[in-house]
Design a protein around this ligand. Structure first.
Ligand SMILES: [Fe+2]
Length: 292
């Protein structure tokens, strides 16, 4: 029950995407693939997600799943690009995506054909739902707080926690996006601490290299429980919620939040082309919800 794990770093957003596979059957999942995107020019690129496909091909893997931990707000998903090139496996996310779609459909005034029912994805995971990657048992655990739809995927002895936790010395992700909540995040993280053995490998989605250290992406449940500087041992829910809320008030919005959310709630598909054949993204003026 120990999958192989390989990572690809999307440098501009410090996102770690993953290829995870059962070494016996060579069946795999790709988690949180990131697309290259230059907001200054509007050009997309595929150099980074191509590295995931290169791993799949070099290791002769069969991809069973493309898994999104949540509707990301700092990078655009490369799920459609990867899916087409690895045999069209299902793209999945947590069922909480419906609420996120509903929230943003009105903000972006999306076209009538956009339904907030999750149908843009091939599968929506319920909390606790089990699945397999080859012969390895896996399950989805709803871990809201950073976003309301957030899911942690536990595949064998490896947990892919998305933005539920950062490395122990970096703490946790912000909780001030629409649908986010610090106390909820604390409870989600402590549920992981309660349900997963200390030796569980933990793979995180982002690391910005605090205090000049090199960027890292792997820790364990035990290390997080003991040493996570925001939610580790000895820190109460109330203390955390106060600290997180105070800190979030000082943070700027992520560079790509406006662009990425309107693509990621469509499972990484851009909006339909307009009558001239060109695809556009919208910029709501004085309207994007924020806590400060
Ligand atoms: Fe995120």
């Amino acid at each position: 029950m120990r999958p192989e794990v390989r990572t690809v770093l999307h440098d501009p957003s410090s996102t770690f995407s993953y290829v995870v596979w059962d070494p016996d059957t060579r069946h795999a999942a790709v988690i949180d693939p990131a697309l290259d995107f230059d907001p200054a020019s509007g050009y997309t690129g595929t150099d980074t997600p191509q590295k995931l496909i290169d791993i799949v091909e070099a290791e002769a893997l069969t991809v069973d799943w493309i898994l999104e931990t949540h509707a990301h707000a700092d990078h655009i998903s490369a799920a459609p690009f990867v899916r087409e090139r690895v045999g069209n496996p299902p793209v999945a996310i947590g069922e909480g995506i419906r609420t996120v779609q509903e929230r943003f459909r009105s903000l972006y005034n999306l076209e009538r054909g956009f339904l907030p029912d999750g149908s843009q994805f091939d599968h929506l995971f319920a909390d606790g739902e089990t699945f397999t990657v080859g012969n390895i048992e896996a399950r989805a655990i709803h871990t809201p707080g950073h976003t309301s739809d957030h899911v942690t995927y536990v595949i064998g002895d490896a947990a892919f926690v998305g933005d539920s936790l950062f490395m122990p010395d970096a703490g946790t992700a912000r909780c001030d996006f629409p649908g986010g909540d610090a106390a909820t995040l604390y409870r989600s993280v402590h549920r992981l601490f309660d349900e997963l053995p200390d030796e569980t490998r933990m793979f995180i989605l982002h690391d910005y290299g605090p205090n000049g250290r090199e960027r890292k992406n792997e820790t364990t449940v035990g290390e997080q429980r003991q040493r996570n500087k925001h939610v580790g041992e000895g820190i109460s829910e109330a203390e955390y919620a106060e600290m997180r809320t105070e800190r979030d008030r000082t943070l700027d919005m992520p560079t790509l939040i406006i662009e990425s959310v309107q693509v990621n709630i469509r499972a990484g598909h851009f909006p339909p082309a307009e009558s001239n054949g060109t695809v556009y993204l919208k910029m709501p003026i004085d309207a994007f919800p924020k806590n400060h």
